[in-house]
Design a binder for this molecule. Structure first.
Ligand SMILES: Nc1ncnc2c1ncn2[C@@H]1O[C@H](COP(=O)(O)OP(=O)(O)O)[C@@H](O)[C@H]1O
Ligand SMILES: [Mg+2]
Length: 358
């Protein structure tokens, strides 16, 4: 079995690692010859605009998938004629644009923050009046790790935010003073079998995921039901195949959908060590038509991202509860360079990790 993956970042790398275990050969497509996935996958370097390069990459693959949201849809269309692509193009198109994403949530009666399409300064002024302050102005497309967002706290800030962002398509969203952030990872096969990982609690710093706790505490019952129903509706609507992630704000017992990712997700990295079958393995199983593996949690886990630069990890290196994953990327402010998963960690160990990362 051969799987082609658009994108060769750390998600591609971890898909490649899981593929080895399943006897699947992976080939990644990336614009950089330094892509982390090259350690475990065949890497094709090319431009997504180069239709011939994209087609050559897909040649001989049984199925094509992707590991990042901003794959140009033209590249997917170029390979769709001759190849199966999972998850479906529609899921990618929806997730690429926050307006489409929130419109889908609304259509499926999944709670989501109030939002408005912004095309002019007048739109923005009217939307701020309607939605209220504080609110968040975001680019509709290409945003990630908190980039392309400005929180508006007062009317005086409208002018400046508009000046900084008006060269792009925008959306204004209600700011949710959430109690917690939670995510769910669901996986669906071609035949419609669905499995759900447990809800995960996520803590972001400067818009970037810092820490994930799996399973999130006190989520059995209504919270899990809401998350699973939302995932189920989206996957049925899109005839989804593969792993789908939905990020929620929890506010007063209600889950409010913030965004979805049609791919494996940073908040699921703990599943490599903390679940019987990791998100990476289950994504590959789904897209290649294999049966899903058990999503049972083996041990509660806490995952920390390593961002910007890699700290001295020698004091935790030989701890049997700790698994260090480094992606081999160059240091850069705000860049995800690796992650550490702690299984069944003590409070003391979690606190120690927080100190190391400071
Ligand atoms: N409407 C909102 N209300 C409150 N916090 C928000 C809102 N939108 C974004 N945030 C905060 O910013 C983080 C990143 O925003 P998100 O919409 O998930 O974009 P990204 O694509 O960068 O992950 C969220 O996880 C949350 O902490
Ligand atoms: Mg997000």
């Amino acid at each position: 079995m051969r799987v082609g993956i658009f994108g060769g970042g750390q998600l591609g790398m971890m898909l490649g690692e899981a593929a080895k275990k399943l006897g699947i050969a992976c080939r990644c497509f990336d614009s950089s010859s330094d892509a982390p996935a090259k350690k475990v996958c065949e890497l094709i370097v090319g431009s997504y605009d180069d239709e011939e390069a994209v087609r050559d990459f897909a040649e001989g693959m049984n199925v094509i998938t992707y590991e990042f949201e901003n794959v140009p849809t033209k590249a997917i269309e170029a390979v769709m004629k001759d190849h199966k692509v999972h998850p479906p193009l529609k899921a990618l198109q929806t997730a690429q644009d926050r307006l489409h994403e929130k419109t889908l949530f609304q259509k499926l009666s999944i709670p989501t923050p109030l939002f408005a399409d912004i095309s002019s300064k007048e739109d923005l002024e009217n939307a701020v009046k309607k939605i209220g302050l504080p609110c968040v102005l975001k680019t509709r497309r290409m945003g990630y790790d908190g980039k392309g967002q400005i929180v508006l706290k007062s009317n005086d800030e409208i002018e400046k935010a508009w000046g900084a962002m008006n060269n792009q398509a925008l959306i204004l969203e209600q700011f949710i003073p959430f109690d917690r952030e939670l995510s769910i990872l669901a996986v669906r096969t071609e035949g419609g079998t669905v499995s759900f990982y447990p809800l995960i609690e996520n803590i972001h710093r400067n818009g970037i995921l810092h820490k994930s706790t799996a399973p999130a505490l006190n989520t059995k019952g209504p919270l899990t039901d809401q998350a699973q129903q939302a995932a189920m509706k989206i996957m049925s609507e899109l005839l989804y195949v593969g792993v789908l992630t939905i990020e929620f704000f929890e506010k007063d017992g209600i889950l409010i959908a913030n965004e979805m990712a049609p791919r494996v997700h940073n908040s699921g990295h703990w599943s490599i060590e903390g679940a019987v079958t990791s998100q990476f393995e289950n994504h590959l199983r789904a897209v290649t038509g294999m049966e899903l593996g058990s999503i049972e949690i083996t041990q509660p886990s806490v995952m920390f991202n390593i961002i910007g630069s890699v700290p001295d990890l020698s004091s935790i290196e030989n701890n049997p509860h700790i698994f260090i994953h480094l992606y081999g990327k160059e240091s850069r402010a705000g860049r995800k360079l690796g992650h550490v998963t702690m299984v069944s960690p003590s409070e003391e160990l979690i606190a120690r990790m927080e100190r190391i990362l400071e």
